[in-house]
Design a protein around this ligand. Structure first.
Ligand SMILES: Cc1ncc(COP(=O)(O)O)c(C=O)c1O
Length: 363
């Protein structure tokens, strides 16, 4: 007898492969493969997390009420328009399950964050990729791919793994070109790091539209990746739909407590931004000076391209760096086999990467 069979689409998914964190035995590992912050979590968030340990036997409050109030007050938002989740990954899944089904299409850019494709297939719908220009989402190309079946458009801004972004004018142009029944999902996981005057995370577009949501995460600048915490702001109708299908206790109490403390620790966030400003610029400059192609990034990571020559390729560089405990991210699954993604790390790790790549290129 045949066993249970998942819905069509599920077995066509290539499961997401997280950044590796191993290197040869005895070598100190610098994990620069998951865009985590080198500053760690705020001491205030850690203390709140520990204190929450007193209540592990109790179910958490189910609507993340206090956390939503803290986020609302920080960003000037209506808490009723917020939804918290177990990482923004959960929010992306909920959006797909609520708005997509067999026969529907969800659009993303060619090298967009992989989870969009996964959640679309998981919902039984069809992911559609639009070509990029200079590793950057292309509004005209995205709009050209819209069909009667399009229900969702996912845009990571800035994008992972390329580090590029769309200026607000371009995001507005994309939105203006979409039908009112298409939901535009702005994924601003790296928004806090962006230093560009023409960037807007999505707060303004969400405030003025009925078909735009923005997802944010506590995993990146707030250093709470291990707790799984994200939030979304959107029109009341979208929030209401997702609240119907989410798990009743989708955010844990320790995560809520740590999130509230993290969002209140502005000095810690400022220190993370300052660290990133300094080392993102330094890495970009030093790696370019080695003759490597570095795609200009506004996130806390850079995409470094290598020539596809034996001995010099991204795969060779990855093996060379891993031997030295420097763990970067292969991005073949994003259609980028000739590049590696490097997270801005602590000073020592950044220096070691540049030194090792110099050695790699001159050996
Ligand atoms: C663009 C983008 N969106 C969402 C996520 C998921 O973040 P979370 O840890 O909140 O699930 C990531 C994490 O790598 C990301 O790069």
């Amino acid at each position: 007898m045949n066993g249970p069979v998942p819905r069509p689409g599920v077995l066509t998914i290539d499961a997401y492969v997280p950044g590796k964190s191993s290197a040869p035995e005895g070598v100190k590992v610098w994990k620069l493969s998951s865009n985590e912050t080198p500053l760690g979590a705020s001491p205030k968030a850690k203390a709140a997390y520990v204190a929450a340990g007193e209540k592990l036997a109790l179910y958490p409050e189910g609507s993340s009420k206090v956390l939503r109030a803290a986020i609302a007050s920080r960003y000037g938002l209506d808490p009723a328009r917020l939804l918290c989740g177990a990482g923004s990954d959960e929010l992306l899944s909920l959006l797909a399950y609520a708005y997509l089904g067999p026969g529907d299409e969800a659009l993303h850019s060619e090298h967009g964050f992989l989870v969009y494709k996964i959640v679309t297939l998981a919902a039984g719908a069809t992911p559609v990729a639009a070509p990029e220009t200079n590793y950057t989402a292309d509004v005209d190309a995205l709009l050209a791919k819209v069909t009667d079946k399009t229900k969702l458009v996912f845009l990571a801004n800035p994008n992972n793994p390329t580090g590029t972004y769309l200026p607000f004018d371009e995001v507005k142009r994309l939105h203006a070109g979409l039908r009112a029944d298409i939901l535009l999902v702005l994924d601003a996981a790296y928004a806090e790091y962006v230093r560009a005057n023409d960037y807007e995370s999505g707060l303004e577009l969400v405030a003025t539209s009925a078909n735009v949501v923005m997802c944010r995460t506590f995993s990146k600048i707030h250093g709470l990746a291990n707790l799984r915490l994200g939030w979304m702001v959107g029109p009341p109708a979208v929030i209401e739909a997702l609240n119907r299908i989410r798990g009743p206790f989708n955010v844990s109490g320790p995560a809520m407590a740590a999130g509230i403390a993290a969002i209140g620790d502005e000095a810690h966030v400022a220190a993370a931004i300052a660290h990133n400003d300094r080392w993102l610029a330094w890495l970009t400059q030093e790696l370019s000076a080695l003759g490597l192609t570095v795609t200009p990034s506004v996130g806390n990571f850079v995409m470094v391209s290598f020539p596809p020559e034996p001995g010099r390729s991204a795969g060779d560089a990855d093996a060379f760096l891993t031997q030295r405990g420097l763990v970067l991210r292969r991005i073949d699954a994003y259609g980028l086999p000739n590049a590696l993604r490097l997270t801005v790390g602590p000073e020592e790790a950044n220096q070691l990467v540049v030194k090792a790549l110099k050695e790699f290129l001159t050996r």
